[in-house]
Design a protein around this ligand. Structure first.
Ligand code: CP3
Length: 341
């Protein structure tokens, strides 16, 4: 029995709106922090399938979200492609060797690094109420490439944008390699029980229009068409964060089943400009949630009203912040569930 989230992603308008929050399994939850303190670092949690399944389920138990998103990270793909991966406290993730300094061919793939993730998906699926949709995910090739090339995060992804201009053929080979692994990886998640998948392009916003076509739209379109051939009927949500006015082109040309909208976009504009009937997901500002002012409920209602004309999954415009009070999440959910249209 598909739940309200899966129904919405398949194009039905559902009442009350289904809701989940990006990064809902994470540090703002005391039960997450307790398990993490017991088990050690982030990567240790991801590779402990029982712990990762438990963390995936924690926010669903606490808040009754309509979706459960697999607890993992977008950097597992570079790790499986043969880069070393470390999460250093206070410094962010580090990948080595970097593809700025080393050829793609110098990496030796370690596909076994993906299998535990499939085990986690299967464990979650076995424990999940059938009305709650299990979401798999991966980073999109451009965003993943920015970490593989630079070896770490950066404010404007300049090292990778320069490489893409200076040596587009070498960069295309990196993107193509990520597409290959990502199709298999998402396919493996679906085979293990994921009912829909999301492609996160966190840094789509740093590209000029022609580069956006080549490095965001084209690789995401390739992933969507190959997944659809293997798994017809499994919706793909595309989330090109920061894409602004390029969002309608992304939605049309990638063929995604639903589009994630970040908080910088006016929902009334998105409702008007996106293809009729296309399901949207978003776009409550995570900082508005963290601040929790007395405007929170009114802002939630304004968002529900703005997307009243199409299938809408209520979500944030980006991940929930680690300092967000639980009480603010409860208020947001009460506003969404209590809305009578
Ligand atoms: O909704 C989801 O859970 C989506 C999956 C997702 C995660 N991370 C899960 C995660 C996605 C799309 C990411 C993106 C990501 N991860 C980026 C790209 C930029 C962005 O913000 O979108 C980067 C640079 C990372 C690397 C990363 N992951 C760091 C630096 C950390 C914190 C490390 C630590 O020691 O806790 C993570 C942890 C992480 N990734 C969590 C989750 C749910 C757990 C903790 C939390 O952030 O609350």
């Amino acid at each position: 029995m598909p739940g309200p989230l899966l129904d919405t992603l398949r194009g039905k308008s559902v009442f009350p709106r289904p809701v989940w929050l990006m990064r809902q399994a994470g540090r703002y939850l005391p039960e997450y922090r307790a398990l993490r303190a017991e088990k050690g670092g982030f990567l240790e949690l991801v590779y402990d399938c029982d712990a990762a399944a438990e963390i995936t389920l924690q926010p669903v138990r606490r808040f009754g979200f309509d979706g459960a998103i697999l607890f993992s990270d977008i950097l597992i793909v570079p790790y499986a492609m043969g880069q070393g991966l470390q999460f250093l406290a206070g410094e962010g993730p580090k990948l080595s060797p970097t593809l700025a300094d080393h050829a793609l061919e110098s990496l030796a793939a370690v596909p076994e690094r993906l299998s535990p993730i499939y085990d986690t998906v299967a464990k979650v699926k076995a424990q999940l109420d059938p009305g709650t949709t299990l979401l798999g995910f991966a980073g999109s090739p451009w965003t993943v490439a920015t970490y593989m090339v630079a070896g770490e995060g950066s404010r404007d992804q300049h090292v990778t944008r320069l490489m893409a201009y200076r040596d587009p053929l070498a960069f295309q080979a990196i993107i193509d390699a990520i597409v290959e692994v990502t199709v298999d990886y998402l396919s493996g998640q679906i085979a293990a029980g994921a009912e829909a998948v999301q492609l996160f392009d966190s840094w789509a916003g740093s590209l000029a229009p022609a580069e956006f076509e080549r490095w965001v739209i084209a690789p995401n379109a390739a992933i969507v068409s190959r997944l659809r051939a293997r798994h017809p009927g499994v919706p793909v949500i595309g989330f090109p964060k920061g894409s602004g006015e390029k969002l309608p082109a992304y939605a049309c040309e990638t063929g995604v089943d639903a589009v994630g909208v970040d908080e910088t976009i006016d929902p009334l504009w998105a409702a008007r400009e996106l293809p009729a009937g296309l399901p949207v997901q978003g776009n409550f500002d995570p900082l508005s949630l963290e601040a929790g002012s007395d405007m929170l409920e009114a802002r939630a209602v304004a968002l529900l009203e703005a997307f009243a004309g199409r299938p809408h999954v209520f979500n944030l415009g980006h991940g929930i912040g680690q300092h967000t009070p639980i009480a603010h999440v409860e208020r947001l959910l009460a506003a969404v569930r209590g809305w009578r249209g």
